[in-house]
Design a protein around this ligand. Structure first.
Ligand SMILES: [Zn+2]
Length: 280
């Protein structure tokens, strides 16, 4: 299994420099360096440019994220993201709906999956200000479960202006996992900051709940999750590009962890391949 397992980046933002808010671009420059903006423009200039970048980073597949976060980061529309990802099966589009912007959550999900070829959904409760166990979202979850598409939720902290952290509590996903037992749930950032224990416990408890470790320094994972190896079959790697541009550095750091080789292969792509239905 180890040899053939793909390396998958489960968290790659497809928002362009023109689509980001001014605030976000200022943050990106200060966080990731002045040159990041030129890098962002270059990588997203065409699907081919992005594929070349992924090749250089040793990434086989990337989950490419749409977003509708006008108050915080910006908006990369579902239709544009779908169009971009049509170039290659290595670009796996995840749609977004915003309960305060999208008029009909269920029909938008259906359109995204059936007409546009989306393979999953990413929800941003901390940027869109809703609790994930709000019953307004339940018809959406029922439809995702019926369509058999996974939903990734932002969990944990964010430093973005206007984010509201209370909505990032992964414990609220316990309700969703109980009420939709066939729905695959991916906890982006694994409850970063205040809720590592809750995220780890939920991934152990619920067969279809996964931890995604985007934004967590790999060398700190053993500290955040003392029983890391026990959940190795439920942990998924992601980069959070463009905030992180040295993806291959993080891949190498995970390969350097004291875990079984098979566990590292699972974290770097085996688990994501299972969630996405990519044969290994
Ligand atoms: Zn992100």
């Amino acid at each position: 299994m180890v040899m053939n397992t793909p390396v998958i980046d489960f968290h790659f933002h497809l928002t362009t420099a023109d689509e980001y808010t001014d605030w976000f671009l200022d943050w990106l420059r200060s966080y990731a360096g002045e040159g990041t903006l030129a890098h962002l423009r270059r990588v997203l200039s065409s699907p081919q440019a992005m594929l070349e970048y992924l090749d250089g980073q040793g990434i086989d597949y990337a989950v490419a994220l749409a977003e509708t976060n006008p108050l915080i980061t910006g908006t990369s529309p579902n239709d544009r993201v779908a169009e971009f990802c049509r170039a290659s099966e290595r670009l796996i589009p995840f749609a977004n709906v915003n309960p305060f912007v999208t008029a009909d959550l269920v029909s938008e999900l259906r359109r995204c999956v059936s007409d546009l070829g989306f393979r999953g959904l990413k929800l941003y409760p901390t940027y869109q200000h809703f609790y994930v166990n709000d019953v307004r979202l339940y018809p959406l979850y029922a439809e995702a479960q019926r369509l058999e598409v996974p939903i990734m939720f932002h969990t944990g902290s964010s430093v973005f202006r206007g984010a509201r952290l209370k909505y990032g509590d992964p414990l609220c996903l316990d309700d969703v996992a109980v009420d939709f037992p066939e729905l695959t749930i991916v906890m982006a950032h694994s409850g970063r900051g205040f809720w590592y224990d809750a995220a780890f416990f939920l991934a152990q408890l619920h067969p279809r709940v996964y931890m995604e470790i985007t934004g967590l320094p790999p060398q700190k994972l053993h500290g955040y999750f003392p029983n890391l190896e026990k959940n190795a079959h439920k942990i998924i790697f992601g980069s959070d590009w463009p905030a992180v541009t040295d993806i291959k550095g993080n891949v190498a750091a995970i390969r350097g962890l004291s875990l079984q080789e098979e566990s590292k292969a699972r974290i770097l792509g085996g688990n994501a391949a299972r969630v996405l239905g990519i044969p290994t």
